[in-house]
Design a protein around this ligand. Structure first.
Ligand SMILES: Cc1cc2nc3c(=O)[nH]c(=O)nc-3n(C[C@H](O)[C@H](O)[C@H](O)COP(=O)(O)OP(=O)(O)OC[C@H]3O[C@@H](n4cnc5c(N)ncnc54)[C@H](O)[C@@H]3O)c2cc1C
Length: 382
């Protein structure tokens, strides 16, 4: 069966993005891993080539298409090239943060931020998680107290992707701490605001070239016209945008599994033991046959979800299904593929080793597997 999901335009876009990755990312990936961050300029280079903000109207500097298959191609190619960690900030910026600006920002706010975001001059991040809460967002304690034409923001966020590179941070705050979900609002905090400090760029198990940071807010005066959407509607706005975030992670998950399979197929055909290629042992064939099957099944579902997102019919439950299943597949795939590499699989010079470390977080961020199953379970009336 041929995958008929993409047309010729998509193929051209894929070729262009693949060339971009080969030229601008692959040669620097190891160095960025050591630096634990990609240069801010990577966003500018990607922006110039049209790889950020595809869904943003052309008049505001974007690509003018809300076809998520373009985002999917970027997510796939980053995995196939083994540069997932260096590309995560870009997909977060485009797939996860931009929709907030598109659906909630006023025309004035869009004019103010979107051209810079599409050009890669303004890097975005989204800050929900706090030291004390992750899954239970309603329990957040960062506050924003209205004072005339400003909010005064106090609190802290942690584990924020693009935390160091970000110029615009979509920050979930409590505008009414006496309320749970209904007290949450979204404010844009900007680089340079007084009292907005970056903490540590956190050392992680994997995703080394991705900056993941702590953010601290001490009496930060945020103009009221940096409020995204309506006050008190933040939780609903997050819930509305999370399916696209989760689908973006699912796309990466199934593509990471495919990349692991391809690298391993090449390896086990070359490597010999007991006078025969490692791939010819029945165990290797079974492991890779199982993974090849699961990847095809996962890909089919993800492709359907992408089309549903395009048609605006993707439900929160379907996105949760795609997210937990594809990321659990990713984890299984990198583990089993690393095993088939033997000791070399543990060496960072082999992409499977990096992919193994990078995969571990994917069943946690964007909502854990357990929370995804809770969402699906509730939709079953349980
Ligand atoms: C590398 C990285 C990047 C990240 N990027 C961002 C980002 O850009 N922005 C952002 O806001 N956050 C980000 N996060 C945070 C991430 O989304 C959270 O870590 C995640 O949502 C889980 O929250 P937690 O760590 O507080 O775990 P907890 O909520 O404390 O959960 C701990 C365990 O309890 C389980 N659990 C919790 N509630 C339930 C329940 N009701 N039923 C069953 N089990 C439950 C969880 O599944 C988990 O296994 C990132 C994290 C990492 C590590």
């Amino acid at each position: 069966m041929r995958r008929t999901h993409f047309d010729e335009e998509h193929q051209l876009f894929r070729d262009a993005f693949r060339t971009f990755v080969e030229r601008e990312m692959t040669p620097h990936h190891a160095e960025w891993d050591r630096a634990q961050i990609v240069p801010h300029d990577l966003f500018r280079t990607a922006g110039k080539s049209g790889f950020l903000g595809m869904a943003v109207p052309e008049a505001l500097g974007g690509g003018g298409t809300s076809d998520f298959r373009y985002n999917q191609i970027i997510g796939e190619e980053l995995q196939y090239a083994g540069v997932a960690a260096s590309g995560l900030g870009m997909t977060l910026h485009t797939d996860i943060c931009m929709p907030y600006f598109l659906s909630l920002a006023t025309p004035e706010q869009q004019e103010r931020w979107l051209p810079g975001a599409c050009a890669g001059e303004l890097v975005s991040a989204i800050a929900m998680t706090e030291p004390g809460i992750g899954s239970d967002l309603a329990g957040m304690s960062t506050t924003a107290v209205r004072d005339g034409d400003h909010y005064v923001v106090n609190g802290a966020k942690t584990f924020i992707t693009n935390g160091i590179n970000a110029d615009l941070v979509i920050t979930a705050v409590k505008t009414d701490p006496s309320l749970a979900h209904k007290g949450i609002s979204l404010l844009i905090l900007e680089r340079g605001m007084e009292g907005f400090e970056r903490g540590r760029n956190l050392e992680k198990l994997g995703l080394h070239s991705q900056d993941t940071a702590e953010l601290f807010f001490t009496d930060v005066a945020v103009p009221v016209n940096n409020l995204l959407g309506e006050e008190g509607k933040g939780f609903l706005q997050l819930v509305h945008n999370l399916p696209q975030e989760r689908l973006s992670i699912a796309v990466a998950g199934v593509s990471a599994a495919r990349a692991a399979l391809e690298w391993t197929l090449a390896y086990v055909k070359e490597r010999t033991a007991f006078g025969q290629p490692v791939g010819s042992f029945q165990n290797s064939r079974f492991v890779l046959a199982e993974l090849a099957t699961e990847i095809e099944i996962g890909q089919t579902f993800v492709d359907r979800c992408v089309l549903a997102l395009n048609e605006r019919t993707l439900t929160a439950e379907e996105a949760a299904m795609a997210k937990w299943w594809c990321t659990e597949l990713q984890k299984r795939a990198v583990d089993r593929c690393l095993q088939l590499h033997g000791g070399y699989g543990y060496m960072l010079e082999y992409p499977i080793a990096r992919a193994y470390a990078d995969a571990r977080i994917t069943t946690i961020y964007g909502g854990t597997t357990e929370i995804m199953k809770e969402i699906i379970g509730k939709s079953l009336g349980l």
